[in-house]
Design a protein around this ligand. Structure first.
Ligand code: IFM
Length: 409
């Protein structure tokens, strides 16, 4: 039996835009309507209205933590005008967790921003930090009793998306590709520049995060951190220098930015090699995921170890780990192996506080509906939820606080 420490948080994660539906004031909504190659989010999973059912399913399965995000563009649809009704809505989501004994992990910004913020220049505008801080200050009015707050999700991926958007605007007719979907030909070239993030953008994000962290620390008793997309990158022979260069702009500047935080959210899915020319595309393989990445459950342990080293020992919360697959047996096999690897690095002394699976629901994967990451299937016409065997399996792991069964391949 592979056991975890007492009090280890077991749960699942989602994000507002990916599940709520009709997030019409956000930059992503605008983008989905105009960008070639993007499917729209539309009603998504209608979780804006069905959050209680989602949390009930999670809790009944045995999971005790739910990560979800607030939608800035609902709370502040117009600059400086804050909606009390939307803040009250998100307070009801928090209460739906607390009344079921579920620990909420609240993300204040998960990829989307208000469209008005994007139009003013987004994160690189001179007043971006001031505007985000003003929003963060408003959110503190509903965070009573919330123990874990994430200021922003995957700023490193947001930086890469910003770079990609700029490049696509310059290259007329470019097709959008979700940051996680691998492609070939023209599309491959997009995913390549998604990988080259400018470290200066990382420093800008760090300053914005730290300003938000100070506000949250002054006004709440929550633990504060941010979450980082971890590539679990390794060097192919001759790729050591290129690995250091790519990984610095793409990740390490953000891990360094976590120093002094209460925790850091590690989000890992697969691993990839870097050779002297750059990232080596995932080789085709029957086990590859629906986003074209290699089946690499060991990526979680690799990412957690790298985070621990680079942050100089900031406690880790695994805020996302999972697999895009239509085969739920593969999901269980992946998660089982990932958890065994996680436990092994914890046994070496890494302080990991919990594991939140991505995702609770099959949801909108940033321009695509096909990649299904969920523990629960969602009928997109009726919004009926159908738990998959993996939900009960993970719930059982949570109840036992350990991985017990060897899973059939
Ligand atoms: O769906 C995304 C999530 O929004 C951020 N991290 C990676 C997930 C899977 O691609």
């Amino acid at each position: 039996m592979t056991t975890f420490p007492d009090g280890f948080l077991w749960g699942a994660a989602t994000a507002g835009h990916q599940i709520e539906g009709n997030n019409v004031n956000s930059d992503w909504w605008a983008r989905e309507l105009t960008m070639p190659g993007m499917e729209p989010s539309g009603d998504a999973c209608d979780s804006y209205h069905r959050y209680d059912e989602d949390i009930a399913l999670l809790a009944e399965a045995g999971l005790a933590s739910y990560r979800f995000s607030l939608e800035w563009s609902r709370i502040e649809p117009v600059p400086g005008r804050f909606s009390r009704a939307e803040l009250a809505h998100y307070r009801r989501v928090i209460d739906a967790c607390l009344t079921r004994g579920v620990t909420p992990v609240v993300t204040l910004q998960h990829f989307t921003t208000p469209q008005w913020f994007a139009e003013r220049g987004g994160w690189l505008a001179p007043d971006a930090s001031e505007l985000f801080s003003r929003y963060v200050t408003e959110t503190t009015t509903i965070l009573d009793g919330v123990e874990w707050v994430v200021t922003m999700n995957e700023p490193n991926m947001q930086a890469a998306i910003m770079t990609a958007m700029r490049r696509m605007q310059q290259a007329a007719g470019g097709q959008w590709q979700s940051p996680t979907v691998e492609g070939d030909g023209e599309q491959q070239s997009h995913s390549e520049f998604l990988t080259y993030a400018d470290p200066e953008i990382g420093r800008t994000f760090t300053a914005i995060h730290r300003a938000a962290r100070d506000i949250l620390r002054a006004r709440t008793s929550a633990k504060v951190g941010w979450t980082i997309a971890a590539g679990a990158l390794t060097a192919a022979p001759g790729g050591e220098e290129k690995l250091r260069e790519i990984r610095y702009g793409k990740e390490d500047v953000y891990w360094e930015g976590s120093r002094g935080d209460d925790f850091v959210g590690v989000q890992a899915y697969s691993s990839q090699e870097v050779d002297a020319k750059g990232l080596v595309p995932h080789a085709p393989h029957p086990d590859n995921t629906l986003v074209g990445t290699a089946f690499r459950p060991d990526a979680l342990a690799m990412a957690v170890s790298h985070a621990w080293e680079t942050t100089l020992g900031v406690p880790v919360l695994v805020t996302e780990n999972g697999i895009a697959t239509a085969d739920d047996t593969q999901r269980i096999r992946y998660t089982d192996e990932a958890l065994r690897g996680l436990q092994a690095v914890m046994a070496e002394g890494i302080d990991v506080r919990g594991y939140l699976h991505w995702s609770l629901l099959d949801n909108f994967e940033w321009g695509h509906w096909e990649p299904t990451f969920g523990l629960i299937a969602v009928d997109r016409e009726t919004f009926a939820r159908t738990p998959k065997p993996s939900l009960a399996w993970l719930g059982e792991v949570a109840r036992r606080n350990g991985v017990v069964e060897e899973v059939d391949a």
